[in-house]
Design a protein around this ligand. Structure first.
Ligand code: SAM
Length: 227
């Protein structure tokens, strides 16, 4: 009980810090204020869970920095009931934030062991997601089209299959948005791609970040062993 109060206070301070750093989407801040990030990190690292830093989660992967999660979620412009695909489940934290935003979440992770742990934590906390192990650089065509796709690993270029799985705009729905860090392994620019028609897209570039690499058929980086 005392520890959950302690985490709540730390979470509140983190939200203030993110706001000061320019995250001004109230719905995103509200979601971050709700998700217990400490549940997604190893017990030995829980005292660092609400610092604005990435932390190791095993398999040489990380839970992204809260600022990065907030920034990507803000660019994705998630609306309640949106279908959102996350590429790179990692710890499951970003998926939980998307659930708090009211999205229907589909998530893919290439490391089976990470996916298992993430889905166990998500289930324990009552977050419902549809997940699978595999190469997310190809997207997940079975559940397309998506209102939002967020890639949480750095790609060499924007993966074409992900663009094709974005929703085409119609009278009822806006076009889908894809948020993906693109560039060399040393650092990437956050790209936002909008689907504006059957064969048309618009792209914007945002801040620079440094992500672990997106590997796989469309990641642009060499495939390595997953287990
Ligand atoms: N979103 C995660 C979170 O909230 O903890 C952070 C993910 S971590 C920065 C990036 C993840 O992408 C890693 O777990 C990595 O294994 C995964 N990944 C890299 N390439 C992938 C691919 N082609 N398909 C699926 N997952 C991939």
């Amino acid at each position: 009980m005392a520890s959950s109060r302690k985490y709540q206070q730390q979470r509140r301070r983190l939200v203030e810090e993110l706001h000061e750093r320019g995250i001004d989407d109230k719905r995103v801040l509200k979601a971050i204020a709700k998700v217990p990030r400490h549940a997604f990190v190893e017990p030995a690292l829980r005292n660092r869970a609400y610092r604005d830093e990435a932390l190791p989660i095993g398999k040489r992967q990380t839970i992204s920095q809260p600022f990065t999660v907030a920034y990507q979620t803000m660019l994705l412009d998630v609306q309640p009931d949106d279908r959102v695909l996350e590429v790179g489940t990692g710890s499951g934290y970003q998926a939980a934030v998307l659930c708090e935003m009211g999205a229907r979440v589909f998530t893919i992770e290439r490391h089976r062991a990470l996916l298992q742990r993430a889905t166990d934590v998500l289930e324990d906390l009552g977050y419902r997601v549809v997940s699978r192990a595999g190469d997310g650089s190809l997207g997940w065509p079975a559940f397309a089209p998506y209102d939002g796709i967020v890639v949480t690993a750095g790609a060499a270029d924007v993966p074409q299959p992900l663009m094709e799985q974005l929703r085409v705009p119609s009278a009822k729905h806006d076009g889908g948005r894809l948020v993906v860090p693109v560039g060399e392994s040393g650092g990437q620019v956050m790209r936002r791609v909008y689907r504006t028609g059957e064969d048309s897209y618009e792209q914007e570039s945002h801040h620079r970040f440094r992500f672990v690499p997106l590997v796989g058929a469309e990641g642009g980086l060499e495939q390595e062993e997953t287990e």
